[in-house]
Write a protein that binds this ligand. Structure first.
Ligand code: MEV
Length: 429
């Protein structure tokens, strides 16, 4: 008899991890090998993993790689990247080589200010009340700062208050922005605590009701500006440089292309964000909002050719990251990533990420206007297939090369080739 299963498992979160895993294994019919795989936590202590999120039953390792050749603001960096997509790390390293001249890629990030939003409804005469809020600015800032004496001691804290009156389909809303210098933290915790703390005061000032009290990931006061130049020779000649500018111009004119252009930038930015355990969703959300700031979705970077014939690129985007607090603090691999990078401040981490984003973008555009993106992808894909088919050592390259040469990059063919070469080797020995 078929008994319908229920995903309603009261108290699942309270069970020991082993027990949760047993339930899921039974539910999904996981084999003992699959269960063992889930239990491999790599460099992450299971206790830490269990405390990081809810309902943990295992861990999922991703490859941790290092991009080479990066020279940013006159300093060399090895850049840790975590990503599931092949070619990204190789592409970043390649483009970084093209952009090494002089001080390399220049990246500047200044303020580390985040915005906390307090949303007020049921305010009569909202524009009048907006003035009253501004009149109480210092009081609001003081109250916010009382929530985080450590941040204030270190030189950060709430800096300013902005007020906006917004017409919503539920009537007028007042949105108060609390501008907070979060220094080296990503800032969500500090800002959310402050926003919640000042909400009752804002209710008192306006006579309204506070609704949302939350950070805005549209981090317009946390921008990174990046610029770099590459000689025409470095990118493969003037013709290639011209075509890269054509690609940039298309992204500026067509949102469909701009999204993919920006996806290429985020390939680099987010790979570093993952390696350093950042809130990458916040970075992505902020990046896309910034790309659409003029009402049309635009590329975050542009490419041109200067008078000397150099290909010159610029990028501007918000990057909200932290080197203290949150997962960065507790994830041992993230701490190693920061050590490899050698960055000590959120600002420097953001600069490195911006630089990686611009390099990644150059690599993508260069590949797209020359041999296309698939060749590099397929090379790695072929290698992966060869490994999955059981190839080891030099057989991996032999099998991969043959599949590429013959244009038959498929798992069944990889298996056939591995077996064939194994037989031949067996006969020789
Ligand atoms: C693939 O992950 C990223 C690209 O599509 C970016 C781009 O088109 O610029 C290659």
């Amino acid at each position: 008899m078929f008994v319908e299963r229920s995903s309603r498992i009261p108290g699942f979160y309270k069970l020991p991890m082993e027990e949760r895993l047993r339930i899921v294994a039974e539910w999904a019919g996981l084999t003992p090998e699959e269960v063992e795989l889930l239990k491999k936590f790599g460099g992450l202590d299971p206790k830490i993993a269990d405390a990081m999120i809810e309902n943990v039953i295992g861990a999922m390792p991703y490859p941790f790689a290092v991009a080479t050749n990066f020279r940013i603001n006159g300093r060399d960096y090895l850049v840790p990247m975590v990503i599931e997509e092949s070619s990204v790390v190789a592409a970043a390293s390649n483009a970084a080589k093209m952009l090494r001249e002089g001080d390399g890629i220049i990246a500047r990030c200044e303020r580390q200010y985040m915005i906390g939003q307090i949303h007020l409804m049921k305010v009569d005469a909202p524009r009048y009340k907006a003035m009253k809020i501004l009149e109480h600015k210092n009081e609001i800032i003081d109250l916010a700062n009382q929530q985080d004496p450590t941040l204030v001691k270190l030189g950060g804290g709430a800096r300013d208050v902005e007020v906006r009156v917004i017409e919503t389909r539920r009537g007028p809303a007042i949105v108060v922005h609390l501008i907070v210098d979060v220094l080296d933290a990503m800032g969500a915790n500090a800002v959310n605590t402050m926003a919640e703390a000042v909400a009752p005061l804002l209710e008192k000032i306006t006579g309204g009701e506070a609704r949302l009290k939350i950070i805005s990931n549209y981090a317009i006061y946390r921008l990174v500006r990046v610029w770099a130049r590459a000689s025409p020779e470095a990118v493969g000649g003037r013709d290639v440089a011209e075509k890269i500018v054509d690609a940039s111009a298309l992204a500026e004119a067509d949102p469909f292309r701009a999204v993919t252009h920006n996806k290429g930038i985020l390939n680099g930015v987010i790979a570093v964000a993952l390696a350093t355990a950042q809130d990458h969703r916040a970075i992505e959300a902020g990046a896309h909002a910034y790309a659409a700031r003029d009402g049309t979705y635009k590329p975050l970077s542009t490419w041109d050719i200067d008078r000397e014939g150099y290909l010159v690129g610029t990028l501007e985007m918000p990057i909200q990251v932290g080197v203290v607090g949150g997962a960065v603090k507790v994830h041992p691999i993230a701490r190693i990533a920061l050590k490899i990078l050698g960055v000590k401040t959120a600002r420097e981490l953001a600069e490195v990420m911006g630089a990686v984003g611009l390099a990644q973008n150059l690599a993508a555009l260069r590949a797209l206007v020359t041999e296309g993106i698939q060749r590099g992808h397929m090379r790695l894909h072929a290698k992966n297939l060869a490994i999955m088919a059981g190839a080891t050592g030099e057989l991996i390259d032999i099998v991969a090369e043959q599949m590429i040469r013959e244009g038959r990059i498929r798992f069944d063919y990889a298996k056939e080739l591995v077996e064939k070469y194994r037989r031949e080797l067996g006969q020789q020995s």
